[in-house]
Write a protein that binds this ligand. Structure first.
Ligand SMILES: [Fe+2]
Length: 279
């Protein structure tokens, strides 16, 4: 038996896993324990990992099946299905920091990825944290009237909303052709494993709420975003070398921080796992 620990990082969100080497085979019982912890804590931080791109891909599958990214060109050289995020892309004179405002990954897909993960390859000497907010707790705390108002609403998620608070990086013609038709998702979804309801929000991709004027929809989204991004719902991850972080897109929103010296490079491998149609 491998001995390892899973310890909460805050009261409600995030746990760290210490003592496992994911370049070694993970036995079925450990796999079950990890997946249960993931459904309960929403963000897992596996410490002290050392991955080649191929090893990262293997380890990822402890939690599910891999899903391709929309921007296929953002892959690690020689590894077409291992993607990356970095701070070295400039579009129209503006540096693109992927994920700079709170969002949920690839919510424009009819079956959005259940999880996303990063492995730290190069980190700035300070800053560049990733923040996570728990959208189960945020939903639970809403007044009854708000719950009644939003339960049952459907939202159209497109690749890039005309109301997005920020631009996205460039996407090649070829990748753009493969972007699926917009996803139309419930504003309140239920997690298939932990059974909890959650707000499903992403201002970068939400284009409209079905049956609602845009002005009213934008005001509602703004109100829900302000509520859900309060500090009390947050786990803020300070990256260390060796960190492999996986988060559940059905349970948290996340954002990156551009608060570090941009002459330093921040480069992380990134993979996503297949999800289901949100209900
Ligand atoms: Fe993201």
């Amino acid at each position: 038996m491998t001995s390892f620990t899973i310890s909460p990082l805050t009261d409600r969100t995030g746990a760290e896993v210490v003592g496992l080497d994911f370049t070694e085979p993970i036995d079925p019982q450990t796999r079950t324990t990890l997946n249960r912890a993931f459904a309960e804590h929403h963000v897992l931080v596996m410490r002290d990992q050392h991955f080649t791109p191929e090893q990262f891909k293997q380890a990822a599958q402890v939690f599910g099946e891999l899903q391709q990214h929309d921007k296929k060109e953002h892959h690690v050289p020689g590894h077409p299905d291992v993607y990356y995020v970095s701070n070295d892309e400039i579009v129209n004179g503006r540096r693109i920091i992927p994920g700079e405002t709170f969002h949920t990954d690839h919510s424009n897909h009819p079956r959005p990825p259940k999880a996303t993960m990063l492995f730290a390859v190069e980190l700035p000497s300070a800053g560049g944290d990733t923040q996570y907010v728990n959208v189960h707790d945020a939903y639970d705390d809403l007044p009854v009237e708000t719950k009644q108002r939003i339960d049952g609403l459907k939202v159209v998620h497109v690749y890039l909303s005309k109301y997005s608070p920020r631009p996205l990086g460039a996407i090649s013609e070829e990748s753009r052709r493969d972007v699926p038709a917009p996803g139309i998702h419930p504003l309140v979804r239920t997690h298939p494993e932990n059974g909890r309801k959650a707000l499903f929000l992403n201002p970068v991709r939400m284009e409209s709420i079905v049956g609602m004027e845009d002005e009213e929809a934008l005001a509602l989204i703004d109100e829900l975003m302000r509520h859900a991004t309060q500090k009390k719902y947050e786990y803020r991850h300070k990256w260390r070398y060796g960190d492999w972080v996986i988060w559940d897109n059905r349970s948290v929103m996340h954002q990156a921080n551009p608060d570090y010296d941009m002459s330093e490079r921040r480069y992380l491998y990134r993979l996503m796992l297949r999800g289901e149609v949100p209900v």
